[in-house]
Design a protein around this ligand. Structure first.
Ligand code: FES
Length: 64
């Protein structure tokens, strides 16, 4: 699904950038240019970011 129309960025590309170390909106903007033009995709990008970071955190082993 396209998240950023201005730069043609999909949710899969965003998730891939997060897998490669991006952890913030600023880093995603630097890597993919997402949100750097009209800004209408920022909320959707943040939802994708938060969902992916939560998935990564839940996959980590629990430390007691
Ligand atoms: S839709 Fe992403 S900057 Fe415009």
């Amino acid at each position: 699904m396209y998240v950023c129309i201005c730069h043609g960025v999909t949710d899969t590309q965003i998730e891939s950038a997060i897998d490669n170390g991006a952890e913030t909106m600023k880093e995603l903007t630097k890597t993919l240019s997402v949100g750097s033009q009209c800004g209408k995709c920022c909320q959707c990008t943040k939802r994708v970011l938060n969902r992916k970071l939560l998935q990564i955190a839940e996959a980590q082993p629990q430390v007691a």
